[in-house]
Design a protein around this ligand. Structure first.
Ligand code: SAM
Length: 245
């Protein structure tokens, strides 16, 4: 696929077939990439639609265009996947958010649990993750802005999984099944999946029991112990492969 970078133009800037890009997107289009009137670009509205746009006015403060055609769901998977992941040290969670968005995640739910090596992330850090998600949405050619939730405790995350057909928690421990076995017992097509991976310290026995009681399949990702961020992406990629794009 030719590299088409999507710009971001939220629905508030769209009236009829006219589209106005926000100031920072306008500066990127006009100054950094030096686009001209008459150029064609793509705009993702973050709400699930991408628009092919011809530029009609290019200024460093505002770029406007006319919508040529729109594509609902461009770059989006058919199944909605939530990834609940233990908050990680340093910038590892930044990397996890960016890769999860590229892979097609709909929502990232950071959580704290007994195995967490860090405390609750600041609101500034959550905002940074949201900016990373927006950039990854544009770069990967998606049109739905994945939701990055505020960090909560694992118990809260477990309660939010109730209305998902596929519920899976990855664990490097005994009494695990394969993801294939977990998917096999769920009616197809799977529309909503809820995946959970642990922090650096893993899950404690009581947490695994709570996950099982809440209907989660406890799944092994193989004999090797993966870093938390590797496990999250491996689980995501395998889930999309097994439940369909
Ligand atoms: N000492 C911890 C333990 O034994 O659980 C290591 C945790 S690991 C660094 C972080 C998370 O990655 C785990 O909680 C689990 O969700 C996931 N993980 C790592 N390797 C895995 C494997 N082979 N199978 C399933 N999950 C794995």
């Amino acid at each position: 696929m030719a590299h088409i970078e999507f710009f971001y133009a939220p629905p508030g800037g769209i009236a009829g077939d006219e589209i106005r890009f926000p100031p920072d997107e306008s500066k990127h289009i006009a100054v950094v990439l030096r686009h001209r009137v008459g150029d064609t670009v793509w705009a993702a509205d973050g709400a699930g639609t991408a628009h092919e746009v011809t530029l009609v006015s290019v200024g460093r403060r505002e770029v406007r265009g006319r919508i040529l055609r729109s594509e609902r769901g461009a770059g989006e998977p058919a199944t909605a996947v939530t990834l609940a992941a233990g908050v990680l040290k340093g910038d590892r969670f930044d990397w996890l958010v960016e890769k999860a968005v590229e892979l097609g995640v709909s929502r990232v739910a950071p959580f704290l649990s007994q195995g967490s090596a860090v405390g609750s992330p600041s609101s500034a850090k959550t905002e940074r993750w949201r900016k990373i998600a927006l950039a990854a949405m544009k770069q990967s050619g998606r049109c739905l802005m994945p939701e990055i939730e505020e960090a909560v405790q694992l118990e809260t995350v477990i309660r939010r999984a109730a209305n998902h057909e596929l519920r899976v928690a990855a664990h490097a421990g005994p009494d695990c099944v394969s993801l294939r076995d977990a998917v096999r017992v769920v009616p197809s097509p799977v529309r909503r999946s809820f995946l959970v991976t642990g922090p650096e310290g893993g899950f404690f026995p009581g947490e695994i029991e709570a996950l099982r009681r809440a209907g989660f399949a406890i799944v092994s990702l193989g004999p090797r112990r993966l870093r938390a961020e590797t496990a999250a992406l491996a689980l995501l990629a395998q889930t999309f492969a097994l439940t369909g794009e």
